[in-house]
Ligand binder design. Structure first.
Ligand code: TMP
Length: 242
């Protein structure tokens, strides 16, 4: 496996081409951004921790039948992944009302939704990732109506698995964001889970104390981000090789 040129650099990760068709290297940076990158800091070792946590979660979901882009972790900051064409839609699944939805609809904090709720956002920094609806997504042609329905169902299944996973370590999954991408698998076009799942894109609260171990620590300046993320590593009993 040879690492080639940068294909794409995002806020928290870099994707490199490799000499293998349809396989990329995903590098986790230490950059932390919030409020559409108005707040930016380098937080030493964040990338390493997210690499390990995302590996753990993608492997877990893979075993539950959620086929995803993760192939294997290569080292402390890099994973080998399947190349996908990312659909520019953020799928946010919410179990409890917190964050942007509270402001948008003046909801009360921590209100538990009767059923998990999905919100879709357009991935476009210049527009501040606006909320988007199904009709416009289909109109703009990224996915068909039935593909979108399938992805929303998949997001809800992922939610069920993640709730169970975090339940085991006494964490309440408040909400999370996932992304999907198009790939060719066994000569068929497939839509698969991609990107990462880590405390950067989930809200994770201790069930008893409601202390949070996620990126809100950075967004709201409420403490040491690494200490929070390390708590997730510790509870999952993940070993980070030095
Ligand atoms: P929100 O309450 O700010 O809309 O965020 C909902 C969830 O989605 C939360 O767990 C953080 C995550 N998220 C991302 O991972 N990336 C983003 O760009 C945004 C806006 C939210």
């Amino acid at each position: 496996m040879i690492k080639l040129d940068i294909l794409y650099e995002g806020k928290a990760k870099i994707l490199y081409e490799t000499n293998v068709t349809n396989e990329l290297i995903q590098f986790f940076k230490d950059d932390a951004t919030a409020h559409n990158a108005q707040k930016l800091e380098i937080i030493s070792s964040k990338g390493i921790i997210n690499n390990y946590i995302s590996e753990y979660i993608m492997n877990f979901l893979g075993k539950k039948g959620i086929y995803n882009h993760f192939i294997k972790r290569l080292n402390s900051r890099e994973q080998l992944i399947r190349k996908v064409k990312i659909i520019p839609i953020e799928f946010v699944v919410r179990n409890f009302a917190f964050g942007s939805i509270i402001k948008r609809y003046n909801l009360s904090n921590e209100y538990k939704f009767k059923k998990p709720l999905i919100e879709l956002f357009l991935k476009k920094d210049e527009l501040n990732d606006p909320l988007i609806n199904d009709d416009l997504i289909v109109e703009l042609g990224w996915v068909t109506r039935s593909e979108l329905e399938n992805l929303k169902n998949k997001a809800l299944i992922i939610n069920k698995h993640l709730i169970n996973l975090f339940n085991k370590i006494n964490i309440e999954l408040i909400d999370f964001k996932i992304e999907f991408g198009k790939t060719v698998y066994n000569n068929e076009n497939k839509l698969i889970l991609a990107d990462e799942i880590s405390p950067d894109n989930c809200r994770l609260w201790d069930k008893k104390t409601k202390k949070n171990f996620d990126k809100d620590i950075f967004r709201n300046n409420t403490g040491d981000l690494i200490e929070g993320y390390q708590e997730i590593i510790k509870r999952f009993k993940i070993t980070i090789e030095s």
